[in-house]
Ligand binder design. Structure first.
Ligand code: UDP
Length: 239
């Protein structure tokens, strides 16, 4: 019985770092299984679930560029890292009992389907969890921008940004003990107060598309489903 979603279709952004657990690099399988379980619970709310996966646990273009490796090539490598993560999550979601498909912004049809808006929408409509790999498919962008872009074109009701912090704060809660968490913010307020919800390109697109962004911590089990029900600790940035 689907239950409780306040959104019909969501785009969940999972950073690469969320997949490495307490390791310093790469994939930590028990952590990936936990996130897959969370995604399955998120699907059980009744919402359609698209996921954009990052690659920072393997490679970030900006960090490896230099010394003869140009930025565009480094970013290509970063996008390939997101494909590896998506494939791992796809398998974990299927093991947890829900059909999943990986669609890559960089076509590699022997490994997964190429991304096309109609294909993604059709899989979502059939109840599959759709892993969107390769970010935007272009260098100089991030998977946060990819997440907002896909959310806009797939007409998602919100971007669920799963992070290490349970929302957006007045100041860095790790450094400033008096920092307070916002419950709700508008895009304009976040901009005016210079609150870093996402990188500037991603945030500008969210503002333009009037897309709500829900920021919450992925550390609690069931956090994604809770956010989709409008429960749990989070900050909602909405027009
Ligand atoms: N990347 C890119 N274009 C995109 C998305 C990602 O070039 O549209 C590359 C970029 O090098 C980035 C890497 O892929 O550093 C991994 O993505 P990201 O840093 O966004 O991952 P996350 O921080 O979410 O783990």
């Amino acid at each position: 019985e689907p239950h409780g979603a306040i959104y019909g279709r969501v785009l969940v952004k999972v950073s690469g770092e969320a997949l490495m657990g307490n390791e310093a690099f790469g994939l930590h399988w028990p952590t990936i299984e936990n996130i897959a379980q969370d995604l399955v619970e998120a699907r059980a709310t009744g919402a359609e679930i698209a996921v954009v996966v990052g690659g920072g646990n393997i490679l970030r273009g900006a960090s490896v560029a230099g010394q003869g490796l140009d930025r565009a090539t480094a970013d290509h490598m970063g996008m390939l890292a997101t494909v590896m993560n998506a494939l791992a999550l796809e398998k974990a979601v299927e093991k947890a009992g829900v059909p999943a498909r990986t669609l890559s912004a960089i076509p590699m049809p022997t490994i997964c389907e190429p991304y096309a808006r109609q294909t993604a929408s059709r899989h979502l409509g059939r109840g599959r969890i759709v892993l969107l790999a390769g970010g935007t498919g272009n260098p100089y962008f991030t998977t946060d921008t990819g997440a907002v872009l896909r959310a806009a074109e797939l007409e998602c009701d919100a971007v669920m940004k799963a992070t290490n912090v349970d929302g957006v704060y007045t100041a860095d809660p790790k450094r400033d003990p008096s920092a307070r968490r916002y419950e709700r913010l508008t895009h304009d307020e976040a901009l005016a107060k210079d609150l870093k919800v996402m990188d500037a390109a991603a945030f500008a697109l969210a503002r333009e598309a009037k897309l709500p962004i829900v920021v919450f911590s992925i550390r609690e089990p069931g956090a994604i489903a809770a956010a989709i029900r409008g429960e749990g600790r989070a900050t909602t940035v909405a027009p």
